[in-house]
Design a protein around this ligand. Structure first.
Ligand code: XMP
Length: 512
């Protein structure tokens, strides 16, 4: 294991991903919990992340001396380099020259960190983002790379295997960054790089068996990738001790509810309770136009329905959830204060406390793309594994205003045509999320020789890395024309199609 100590950088998770991409398991731990983590993980290497603080401010997070007494290689990145230097007797000062953005480092001494990189010339592009800088390095250290502004852009203590870089090698703007991380974990720490999904699967199955014993587990399926992968994995571990509950709120994309039922019952033979609760959900949403009330209504009904079904099954002492690593990583926050709620997200949150069951969360150490890889490893079909994200409240929040069966039907069919055209154009995987929104607005049109007065449909497609920010997708006009024509010709009730060209921020991805 590689221990990644988080000092609050925006991109700490990227370090974890790069290390895992190098085939080595890594975990992120806040700087304040280092001692417990050293004990629990016995890491074979340590990476110190960047962070927004200044080492010389009195309240700033410090690197624990225990990190450097563990006898394993340490790599400090940006603030991590500064914290390492501060701890080991070097000096850090507020930089008079601040470096932000692209910079060129010049390699001045041979080091295994730059293996396979410096041979291609001594100058390399890196990404800098710092105000403070190291002005004196601790005893035993020597510079390995410099920039105009930083005489210690990269340093090492070859005896103790301590390395520091002022630049961010985890980001894509440092083109050789992945190679440097691979050098650190493979060549410097001597780790093999044999962490694979096949291995994770075996280990996860063993852990589930150990946790559950002869107990009974229930698992909520949503139609999404995470809960599906969790369910298949748990089923592989404990077979019939697992029962899945699929609360079908009638707000999924066209035919997806049937797909879930078929896949689980027929293909995997997993005991599945399919609760057709569409009447309850749609009935409650019919006259309601307020987005937050809609979201909260769906969340409440979901919990009530799920709980009632779980009671009917009875005797289950474990609740399975497809929680992912980004939800688990404790964030290091320096801003304090609660952030503003933009939307109340609905998932199974709140269930565990109410139901007094132990949680089984086999995916809690995985990133989304790793869950997809595990899904493929478990034989889940590609259409399922590669699917765009879908919000818990489903099509209800893509139908601004009150929701009716008629509107849902129009929206499902139009959305399916749009996605079909996207797949045919080979664009599905290049887009983070694409969907249609049925507006509560009717406009006049002419079809044949007759006047029409029907709904407007908005198409949305965005690119994104994590859903936090997004850019609208730049389709060519011919594509949009094709999709619009098919939708208007094939779906009664829509006579006008528009494309949403808003990015996030200032928009959000969903319309409600
Ligand atoms: P927004 O609209 O906030 O969406 O830009 C960001 C991402 O989150 C998804 N989303 C949800 N996912 N429950 C979920 O599980 C929700 O209530 C929910 N609301 C939005 C959205 O589809 C996008 O991928």
């Amino acid at each position: 294991t590689v221990l990644i100590v988080d000092f609050g950088s925006q991109v700490t998770q990227l370090i974890a991903r790069r290390v895992r991409e190098a085939g080595v398991y890594s975990e992120v731990v806040p700087f304040s919990k280092v001692e417990e983590a050293l004990e629990r993980l016995s890491p074979r290497a340590i990476i110190l992340s960047g962070g927004p603080a200044s080492v010389h401010e009195s309240a700033s997070p410090q690197a624990s001396p225990k990190l450097f007494a563990a006898g394993v290689p340490v790599l400090g990145i940006c603030y991590g380099e500064q914290a390492m230097c501060a701890c080991l007797g070097g000096k850090v000062e507020g930089g008079h020259v601040r470096e932000f953005g692209r910079a060129t480092v010049e390699v001045v001494e041979d080091s295994p960190l730059f293996d396979g990189v410096w041979e291609n010339g001594t100058n390399h592009q890196v990404w800098m983002s710092h105000g403070d800088k190291v002005t004196a390095i601790p005893e035993g250290f020597r510079p390995i790379a410099v920039t105009e502004g930083s005489p210690f852009a990269a340093i090492h203590d070859p005896e103790r295997h301590f390395y520091g870089v002022q630049f961010h090698l985890e980001v894509a703007h440092t083109p050789d960054g992945a190679k440097l991380i691979s050098n650190f974990v493979h060549k410097i720490a001597g780790l093999k790089g044999d962490w694979t999904m096949a291995q994770f699967r075996e280990e996860a199955i063993a852990r589930i068996r150990e946790q559950v014993g002869s107990g009974r587990v229930i698992c909520g399926l949503s139609g999404g990738v995470d809960s599906a992968v969790a369910a298949v994995l748990i089923h592989e571990a404990i077979g019939e001790q697992l029962t899945c509950i699929f609360v079908d709120h009638g707000l999924l994309r066209l035919n997806e509810a049937e797909q879930v039922v078929t896949l689980f019952r027929d293909h995997y033979n997993i005991p599945l309770v399919h609760v057709d609760a569409a009447d309850t959900f749609i009935g409650a949403l019919e006259g309601e136009a307020d987005p937050e009330v809609k979201r909260k209504t769906i969340g409440r009904l979901f919990i009530e329905t799920f709980e009632a079904e779980a009671k009917k099954i009875g005797g289950a002492n474990f609740l399975a959830q497809g929680t992912l690593y980004p939800d688990v990583i404790e964030s290091v926050s320096f801003t304090g204060g609660p952030s503003v709620t933009i939307k109340s997200h609905h998932n199974v949150g709140g269930l565990p406390e109410r139901m007094n069951m132990q949680l089984v969360e086999p995916l809690r150490m995985l990133f989304k793309d790793e869950v997809r890889a595990l899904g493929r490893e478990l034989g889940l079909p590609e259409v399922f594994v590669g699917r765009h994200p879908f919000p818990g409240p489903g099509l209800a929040i893509r139908c601004p205003g009150g929701v009716t069966r008629e509107k849902l039907d129009i929206l499902q069919r139009a959305d399916a045509i749009y996605l079909d055209e996207i797949r045919k154009a080979g664009l599905y995987d290049a887009i983070w999320q694409a969907f249609a929104v049925l507006l509560p607005v009717q406009t006049v049109g002419v079809m044949g020789d007759a006047r029409t007065y029907e709904f407007v449909l908005a198409l949305r497609a965005v690119t994104s890395v994590d859903g936090m920010t997004a850019d609208f997708y730049h389709f060519d006009m011919a594509f949009l024309g094709r999709a619009a024509t098919r939708i208007i010709n094939e779906v009664r009730g829509v006579n006008r199609v528009v494309y949403d060209v808003t990015s996030k921020p200032p928009g959000t991805i969903e319309w409600e």
